[in-house]
Structures are given as C-alpha cells and as structure tokens.
Design a protein around this ligand. Structure first.
Ligand SMILES: Cc1cc2nc3c(=O)[nH]c(=O)nc-3n(C[C@H](O)[C@H](O)[C@H](O)COP(=O)(O)O)c2cc1C
Length: 134
C-alpha cells in the first residue's frame, strides 16, 4: 500500500468555495470508497493538503485525475511511501476553515523544491491529517 501527501493552491474565486468543495467531497467519497482509497482533505484559506492511502494502481489513476483538475494548481507531491500501516479507515474532508499554523505550513510547501523540507512536510501533514480524520 502507498501513502501519499500533496499540497496545492486553490484556483477558484472565494465566493465559489462552497460549491467547489461540496462537489469535490461528493465525488471523492464515492470514488475513494470504490477504489479502497482512504485519507483526508484539508482546505485552509485557499490551499489544499491531501493524504491518500491505497494500492498503487488506484492511487496512480486517482492522482492522474487530481493532477489534471483545473480547480487547483501548483500541485506539489511532498512524498509517497510504501507502508503496511494504513493510518486512516475511510476518506473524508478532514478540515475546512482558517488556521494560521496549517495555512503557513501548506503555503511554504506549495512549489517547494527543497527535498528535506518536502519530506519533513510529508511527515507532519501525514500525521496531522490522519489525526484529524481519526
Ligand atoms: C484538491 C482536490 C482534491 C481532490 N481529491 C479527490 C479525491 O480524493 N478523490 C477523488 O475521487 N477525486 C478527488 N478530486 C477530484 C478529481 O480531481 C476528479 O475531478 C474526480 O476524481 C473525477 O475524475 P475524472 O475527472 O478523471 O473523471 C479532487 C480535486 C481537487 C481539486
């Protein structure tokens, strides 16, 4: 099983937040359950972070869709590791709101090219999101 965390920047106007987030959540609930993909999505002040856990094939297909989605941009994969220890039991919207700490963390990681910072961000967000959905 693979665990993957990415961050990205929202690419829609603030007044469309409700519409867009609800649409993403509706699609994801169904598709992730069908593909046995678990994890959680954080939306914080114009930025996304998502933890996805599942089999390689399911995650590759999903990431191919997510990376082409025009509702966000600057998608940056922080890390993906093989693990037998699934940290989440299902998928859900883990957090939607403003939180200075999370926002700062995600903002500095979007587009980040420094490998060490990305790896440390991967671990921080993996634990944070799995705690939020637990
Ligand atoms: C930030 C973000 C996170 C997303 N997360 C998921 C997800 O976890 N599962 C999912 O099925 N779709 C997710 N989507 C929607 C996909 O990008 C895509 O629209 C959807 O899976 C349908 O795929 P298709 O357009 O290839 O048919 C997400 C979109 C965005 C912008």
């Amino acid at each position: 099983m693979i665990q993957l965390v990415y961050v990205s920047r929202a690419a829609f106007p603030k007044d469309e937040e409700d519409l867009v987030l609800n649409a993403i959540v509706d699609t994801s609930r169904v598709r992730n359950a069908n593909g046995k993909v678990t994890g959680g999505l954080v939306y914080c002040d114009g930025f996304f972070a998502e933890l996805l856990e599942g089999e390689t094939g399911a995650l590759e297909e999903l990431m191919s869709s997510i990376s082409k989605d025009s509702r966000h941009c600057d998608l940056t994969v922080l890390g993906s590791v093989e693990s037998q220890d699934r940290k989440t039991q299902d998928w859900r919207l883990a957090y939607w709101g403003n939180a200075t700490f999370i926002n700062k963390k995600i903002k500095t990681l979007v587009g980040c090219t420094d490998k060490e910072s990305r790896t440390s961000g991967f671990h921080v967000l993996k634990h944070l999101i799995s705690d939020l959905v637990a």
